[in-house]
Design a protein around this ligand. Structure first.
Ligand code: GLN
Length: 533
């Protein structure tokens, strides 16, 4: 079968959940037996979101091949359960960078380089890239931003061109919009949707399906009205009411026949009903937790939910697998002091110290680690969180009061966490960390081995600093054990405290690999520990 393309655009407002709709459609098509991938085109000029503050753009998601990407790729992976790659996230910056580099090489000698055709050609090349080897039946492309934004125009133009360049029936557009409810008038309004569709049509793109985000049911009359004014077939107006969980959305979209409309529109002969048995089982568990556990998430970007998206989702998956609801209490690390730590962490069944960068909030993280260690509270440290548990142990158990990470104190006499050797030569900030999947060898008989049940694992990374191997023996003798190391470099990947009920720090990011159907073993074990299992 030829590869078919579904484009998803958004109208009226941002943050409508295009990523969730894209992921839900992907899930449904996959559950019908089709091979699907999802890619995102982002209109900003950064080459990737790697250098963005999480407060700007939420979490930076990392793929196996080391791409720093938009957090929507996390949703794609969680819903589909298959890895994405660098090719799945393209920004305006990357497009321009490619075109300008080519221009400097002389590829366009004599020609004026322009948005149309040069930028749009490069966008189209990238939109079709994953479809080249026939691996996928359907490629879903989410176009970031909102229709009408100046920045997304070249993407919409590229879509317009592709509609005519691809063979008949190979490409379609789904437009996601907001149907606001005016509470004073007690009315649902369709005008913003009409306008956004008009804008899309002005650009030469005809949506085939309109998905309406709404707080209230639309009813048949409104659906007909939207179809009429927006020039789509009756029946092609889909209602997407706010759901109790993002993981419920595929089922809601199936109930609205979204997957059926898409396969029909694309001429895909697929009459299978989607097999969503595992997914439904996960949702049932999620819906009926037997217990609640409280876990503190100590970080410095806690004011924005999206900043720790994958960690929060991992707790949802692990909670469902353990029959409990994980109530996450976000705590700003900057505010935690030696005096208030007991108060702040009172009543917590577990403590997670989050990843992060820079000096701010590090001392607060160290206090949280100390509290977890001394009070036998289940603890998981991720990346910077792991590094801070090494610093804490050095200061309070090894007695090196001046121990630190050189990220916090460049001149510490005890640099127990230090910049990785290859990082010392690096000055550029974009894409230069140790990124992506690396192997880790786990020592038998450790907590890590018990958790993973395997001697070799692969996990994703995003860091510049590492455990300073020079001190390994001191730590081991005092009771903090390196239970996982990189087999090629010896870099310490996991540390743990055998004397504690559950205390583990990992240099990698387990949260990037957790999915509803395969909750991450480390999060699962952590949640079990908080339940006292
Ligand atoms: N700032 C630390 C480092 O670069 C930790 C990074 C992280 O938590 N992702 O090593």
């Amino acid at each position: 079968m030829d590869t078919k393309y579904v484009f998803i655009t958004g109208g009226v407002v941002s943050s409508l959940g295009k990523g969730i709709i894209a992921a839900s459609l992907g899930k449904l098509l996959q559950a019908r037996g089709l091979n699907v991938t999802i890619q995102k085109f982002d209109p900003y000029i950064n080459i990737d979101p790697g250098t963005l503050n999480p407060y700007e753009h939420g979490e930076c998601f990392v793929t196996d091949d080391g791409a720093e990407t938009d957090l929507d790729l996390g949703h794609y992976e969680r819903f589909l359960g298959v890895p994405t790659s660098q090719a799945n996230n393209v920004t305006t910056g990357r497009i321009y960078h490619t075109v300008i580099t080519r221009e400097r090489e002389g590829a366009y000698l004599g020609k004026t380089v322009q948005i149309v055709p040069h930028i749009t050609d490069e966008i189209k090349r990238r939109m079709l890239l994953l479809g080249q080897d026939g691996r996928y039946d359907v490629i879903i492309t989410e176009v970031g931003g909102t229709v009408g934004d100046m920045e997304s125009q070249p993407f919409i133009e590229a879509m317009r061109q592709l509609q005519w360049e691809l063979p008949e029936g190979h490409c379609m557009c789904i437009h996601l919009t907001l149907i606001p409810y005016l509470s004073a008038a007690k009315e649902i309004k369709t005008k913003p949707t009409q306008h956004s569709v008009q804008m899309l049509q002005h650009a030469g793109v005809m949506p085939d399906i309109i998905v309406c985000r709404t707080e209230h049911p639309l009813g048949p009359d409104l659906r007909r009205k939207i179809a009429l004014f927006c020039n789509v077939k009756p029946g092609h107006v889909i209602e997407s009411q706010d759901a109790w969980s993002i993981y419920q959305v595929p089922l809601n979209m199936h109930a609205e026949h979204l997957d059926e409309l898409v396969v029909r529109q694309l001429g895909i002969e697929n009459f299978n009903a989607p097999d969503l048995e595992r997914w439904t089982r996960f949702l049932e568990n999620l819906r009926q937790p037997q217990k609640t556990v409280n876990i503190a998430l100590v970080g410095k970007y806690v004011a924005l939910q999206d900043a720790y998206k994958s960690i929060l989702e991992s707790f949802v998956h692990a909670g469902a697998a353990c029959g409990c609801k994980v109530q996450v209490k976000s705590l700003l690390s900057d505010d935690i002091t030696a005096d208030n730590v007991a108060d702040r962490l009172a009543g917590m069944d577990g403590i997670l110290v989050a990843p992060g960068f820079g000096e701010r909030g590090l001392e607060g993280k160290i206090h949280a680690v100390q509290y977890a260690r001394e009070n036998g509270i289940p603890f998981l440290g991720i990346c910077l969180g792991m590094q801070m548990c090494v610093v804490e142990f050095a200061r309070h158990v090894l007695g090196w009061a001046d121990a630190s990470s050189t990220e916090l104190d460049a001149n510490t006499p005890h640099p127990v966490i230090d910049l990785m050797e290859e990082q010392k030569k690096t000055t550029a900030k974009g894409g230069t960390m140790r990124l992506g999947a690396y192997a880790c060898h786990i020592r038998k008989g450790t907590l890590a081995y018990q958790v993973y049940g395997s001697e070799t694992i692969q996990e994703r990374h995003r860091h510049r600093y590492e455990f300073n191997g020079k001190y390994a023996q001191d730590f081991t003798k005092a009771g903090l054990v390196a239970s996982g190391v990189n087999p090629d470099t010896g870099l310490v990947e996991i540390v743990e405290l055998p004397s504690h009920p559950f205390f583990i720090g990992v240099q990698f990011h387990p949260e990037y690999k957790s999915t509803p159907e395969h909750p991450h073993p480390l999060f699962k074990a952590f949640v079990q520990a908080t339940l006292g299992i």
